[in-house]
Design a binder for this molecule. Structure first.
Ligand code: SAH
Length: 394
């Protein structure tokens, strides 16, 4: 499956996000935009670029280090390049990581950025800091094709895939905003989008992030979360450098999962579990099941018993996620705190490894399932201009 997201065709969308996008893409490119953007190219892409430019291919490795390790985006400062090439680079290419157009901060220190990539619609990125641990939650698509019923991003439909540069650019921008601290940080692909629906770009981004001469992140610190595109999970298991895997299970029967997550009609639980087994067999890695608790929908005693059985069958850990309601937009209610703790204890008693991922960032609309770029009534001009943030503390 080259682009697994394609396999799950979104139903025709109500009019909304599309028109502006169509207008943007039909605009003639400015001279600025006709130059290729080097930011986001991995080593192979950079090598072809320099070859085509008639320059020695080893410049690819130098450019890679400048852009991703040093964060220096202006080729005129790439001191190990011959001077003429430096100035020529400015004429034949550009190096743009995008920019932060808005930031909101919640009382718990969670920061949500709205980032305008060099070439398109804004995406959202969240930095969570908790007891010394910094986690960056990245988006992989603008919108999402999977239409999970409880998720706000799912309501947008898929607007487009992000390129590798737009994915690593989220890390670079948060890093330059000094939000990542000096120590190691974690990256989770749990923002907007289905990462396995944008497979090639996400994996190229992971390669850039984990390259010792790129961002130098350990691949153990990157977690990819998927709604369960089975063939793409199997493909991921065959990658030499791959992130950790988290699977959003969210229901233990096909009847309920079909309803919550339409992707289940294509890859039902048994098929998904087969893919998880293949991944574990291939990699020897343990993975995580995420389970969003929805009051009266998937939090009954029988659900809990089945969940424990499934997780134990895979030696997988369970992350229980309290539901972040989206009042007025989506009809689901969170399971109560007491019941959540009861479920956790019951799962543990049944021999499952389990933790509750208490929600953070809700105040800045930065919590799971709350990421969506409000588009209606938003003029194109406002996209790039800084706007007052809504979630910031007084
Ligand atoms: N598409 C990927 C990654 C994005 S969603 C996936 O489905 O895994 C990241 C996690 O947030 C998923 O486990 C999803 O089930 C959960 N989620 C979505 N909406 C939520 C909400 N409103 N409250 C809490 N968790 C939510």
């Amino acid at each position: 499956v080259a682009n697994a997201g394609e396999a799950v065709k979104p139903r025709p969308r109500r009019p909304g996000p599309r028109p502006r996008n169509a207008r943007l893409s039909s605009m003639p490119p400015s001279p600025e935009e006709s130059r290729p953007n080097l930011y986001g190219l991995g080593r192979p892409g950079l090598r072809s670029f320099f070859e085509e430019a008639g320059a020695p291919p080893y410049h690819a490795d130098q450019a890679f280090r400048w852009m991703y390790r040093a964060g220096r985006l202006d080729p005129s400062g790439w001191t190990d390049f011959p001077r003429p090439l430096r100035s020529r680079l400015g004429e034949i290419a550009r190096v743009e990581e995008g920019s932060i157009v808005d930031r909101g901060e919640a009382a718990d220190g969670t920061v949500k950025y709205r980032i305008a990539p060099a070439d398109g619609d804004a995406v959202e990125t969240v930095v969570l800091a908790q007891s010394g641990r910094v986690t960056l939650c990245l988006s992989s698509q603008v919108g999402c094709a999977l239409e999970c019923r409880f998720c706000l991003t799912g309501r947008m439909g898929l607007v487009r895939n992000l390129g590798p540069g737009e994915i690593v650019g989220q890390v670079a921008l948060a890093r330059s905003d000094r939000r990542l601290g000096d120590g190691p940080f974690n990256v989770v692909l749990m923002g907007m989008g289905e990462p396995l629906g944008n497979y090639d770009a996400v994996l190229e981004a992971v390669r850039i992030l984990t390259d010792p001469e790129g961002f130098g992140l350990s691949h153990r610190r990157i977690t990819l979360s998927t709604a369960g595109i089975a063939p793409a999970i199997e493909r991921l298991g065959r990658e030499p450098r791959r992130p950790r895997l988290a699977v959003s299970l969210n229901a233990t029967t096909d009847a309920v999962r079909d309803r919550l997550m339409p992707v289940n009609r294509r890859y039902p639980i048994a098929r998904l579990r087969e893919a998880c087994r293949a991944f574990a067999r291939e990699t020897g890695d343990r993975f995580t099941f995420e389970y969003v608790l929805l009051d009266g929908v998937n939090d009954g005693a029988a659900d809990v018993a089945r969940l424990a059985r499934i997780a134990r069958g895979h030696g997988a850990k369970i992350n229980l996620i309290p539901y972040n309601p989206v009042p007025g937009r989506l009809d689901y209610r969170p399971t109560s705190r007491e019941r959540t703790l009861e479920i956790r204890d019951r799962l543990a008693a049944l021999g499952a490894r389990v933790a509750v991922r208490w929600s953070r960032g809700a105040e800045a609309r930065a919590a799971c399932g709350q990421l969506a770029v409000e588009r209606e009534g938003e003029g194109a001009a406002s996209r790039r201009a800084p706007r007052p943030s809504q979630g910031r503390n007084p």
